[in-house]
Write a protein that binds this ligand. Structure first.
Ligand code: SF4
Length: 250
């Protein structure tokens, strides 16, 4: 992939930070570890992390719409911009306490423009209901906002390209809890190469949010035995939030 055109990328960066209500930037990441290094053949520097605003924008929905508009025109990842049907920004409550972060749009998401709407999304919906929530209460997005061809794993430089949009969404919503679904989300958000199996059942911190990592719903579709550990992770989340799962009708 060719490197980003510096001027256009800089304009997109400023637009996205402005949309996210960011007024200051710092030249390098602070306590958070950086994302995995970019692919050797396509070095792309990760954008500086926006400072988390002391308060979210007054109109979070408007800020999200403004950022989504910037994202809809984004062509930083040349291959993804060429092959996508549309960008898949994110969906849910701008005031959500809980944010879910997945990997990247798949074919269904690319078609509908919404994250987690395929089979994995239906399973995620059932998990949400089992926790006592409605999908609309959560904010749901991905590491990438464009579908990788053939649903391949996002490349490190693609994740780096899209990071400021993710940080922008976090900055606007300022969730108290983030759940990373799958190793791609967990490793990219937290800048680690640890396996998802070792990261689950532990708490991390990112941008003032408590972060929990668990298996991706699409992994559960292939490995039903992983449903139990995911449910254990959800129980940990609920307990931390002072909640209990509702009794399900039998
Ligand atoms: S994945 Fe993100 S950074 Fe890459 S083209 Fe799509 S919106 Fe832009």
């Amino acid at each position: 992939m060719p490197p980003r055109q510096p001027r256009r990328a800089a304009v997109q960066t400023l637009e996205s930070w402005q949309a996210a209500g960011v007024s200051h930037i710092r030249p390098k990441r602070g306590t958070e570890k950086s994302a995995p290094p970019a692919a050797e053949s396509t070095p792309v520097a990760a954008p500086p992390l926006p400072v988390v605003a002391p308060a979210p924008p007054a109109d979070r929905q408007a800020a999200l719409c403004q950022l989504a508009e910037v994202v809809s025109r984004c062509t930083r990842c040349t291959e993804l911009a060429r092959t996508r049907k549309q960008t898949v920004f994110g969906v849910g409550n701008p005031h959500a306490k809980v944010m879910f972060i997945g990997e990247a749009p798949g074919a269904d998401e690319d078609k509908q423009g919404e994250p987690f709407v395929g089979r994995a999304g239906q399973l995620l919906n059932r998990i949400i209901v089992a926790c006592g929530w409605q999908r609309e209460e959560i904010y749901i997005c991905n590491i990438l906002r464009c579908r990788p061809p053939e649903n391949r794993t996002p490349l490190p430089d693609e994740a780096a390209n899209c990071r400021e949009y993710l940080d922008g969404q976090i900055n606007i919503i300022q969730p108290e809890y983030i759940v990373c679904w799958g190793s791609c989300a967990a490793q990219n958000l937290l800048g680690t190469t640890e396996s998802i199996g070792k990261m689950r059942q532990r708490w991390f911190t990112y941008a003032n949010a408590r972060v929990l990592c668990t298996y991706h719903p699409s992994y559960l579709l292939r490995n039903p035995d992983a449903k139990k550990p995911v449910w254990d992770d959800m129980l940990l989340l609920l307990k931390e939030m002072g909640l209990k799962p509702p009794k399900l009708a039998t």
